[in-house]
Design a protein around this ligand. Structure first.
Ligand code: AMP
Ligand code: FES
Ligand code: ZN
Ligand code: ZN
Length: 306
């Protein structure tokens, strides 16, 4: 297989795009594509201050790398979840983030859940019924709350996460299987701030396959944590990813078509208007962040009930 641009030996073949590229041309193709998508979906402009949520995994570190290469002003945010204790999953993740930032002289903000709120994610999980039942949901609520808070306090214009196409297609698959129309309405590469207390959220990697991001990180020499979060074992999204991978191997491009046609359907107004209106949101009595709940937001109820 030869590089389509220069004819040298290809480093990657992307069947879904009918495109093979050598290392050099792949490493310039990915940021160029990312820039196309950032512009096409009106994610942000060079004047915007971007906060990149980094987990230490390949996607979010590759995203930070790409944004810096494209000349954007992007700082990193790492949230210490306290998973697996001393030099376990969370400490290792922090180590990869810190090393990435230090080597490039980038600014990274670190927020530790246990230091800030008194309980780590595993502690919150063991102390609450919801945590015992759905540890990743508790973690997700906490991460969303903290990401929004740090982005607002730091006057960032936009929060970027490293979700890739495989992540997004798997979530879409679950939302469609269960026909969760409220979730379908809110799913997309750009989530506008529905309230003055919320920051815009974007997913600049949503059109890249997981495999493409792994190849980018590897060829670019980005060191990242290979381990998955120990709580994610058996999670439904992993199962959905496996099913989608089977479909993809029989018909390259399936995931991309599934997701892009969903976005087109949304644009055509296939889904009903949201029931939740921004005016209905109130400030949480505890942390002040916008919430639909009558008194305190889901995160504060979680922390305070423990
Ligand atoms: P996940 O929910 O683990 O699939 O991660 C999705 C995205 O959320 C990642 O690409 C990151 O942008 C962000 N993220 C996940 N974990 C963390 C963390 N501990 N700190 C900051 N951002 C995170
Ligand atoms: Fe949150 Fe695994 S990263 S439960
Ligand atoms: Zn080439
Ligand atoms: Zn709150």
């Amino acid at each position: 297989m030869k590089c389509k641009t220069c004819g040298e030996k290809a480093a990657i073949n992307m069947r879904q795009h009918k495109l093979a590229l050598c290392k050099e041309h792949y490493l310039s193709w990915i940021p160029a594509q990312a820039q196309r998508f950032i512009a096409k979906y009106k994610m942000f402009s060079p004047e915007d201050k971007i906060l990149v949520a980094i987990s230490g995994g390949k996607d979010s570190l590759a995203l930070w790398d790409i944004l810096i290469k494209l000349g954007y002003q992007a700082d990193g945010l790492y949230i210490g979840l306290g998973i697996d204790g001393g030099f376990g999953y969370s400490d290792k993740s922090l180590h990869f983030c810190q090393r990435f930032a230090d080597r490039r002289g980038l600014k990274m903000i670190v927020v530790d859940v246990a230091e800030t709120y008194g309980s780590s994610i595993p502690e919150l999980n063991s102390k609450t019924p919801r945590g015992k039942d759905k540890p990743c949901a508790v973690c997700g609520t906490s991460k969303r709350n903290l990401m929004n808070r740090v982005a607002r306090e730091g006057n960032y214009d936009v929060l970027a996460t490293g979700h890739n196409l495989d992540d997004e297609a798997a979530v879409l698959f679950g939302n469609t299987l269960n026909w969760l129309d409220n979730y379908l309405l809110r799913q997309g590469p750009v989530l506008e701030a529905e309230h003055s207390g919320l920051v815009r959220k974007v997913k600049p990697l949503f059109r890249f396959y997981e495999r493409e991001m792994a190849a980018y990180a590897l060829l670019k020499g980005i060191d990242y944590i290979y381990d998955e979060c120990p709580h994610s074992e058996g999670a439904k999204t992993i199962y959905y990813k496996e099913i989608l991978n089977q479909l993809e191997s029989n018909r390259p491009g399936t995931k991309l078509i599934f997701y892009l046609n969903f976005l087109k359907a949304k644009e055509r107004g296939v889904f009903a208007e949201p029931e939740i209106r921004k005016e209905e949101m109130k400030a949480c009595e505890s942390c002040g962040q916008p919430t639909m709940a009558p008194h305190k937001c889901a995160f504060c109820r979680l922390v305070e009930n423990t």
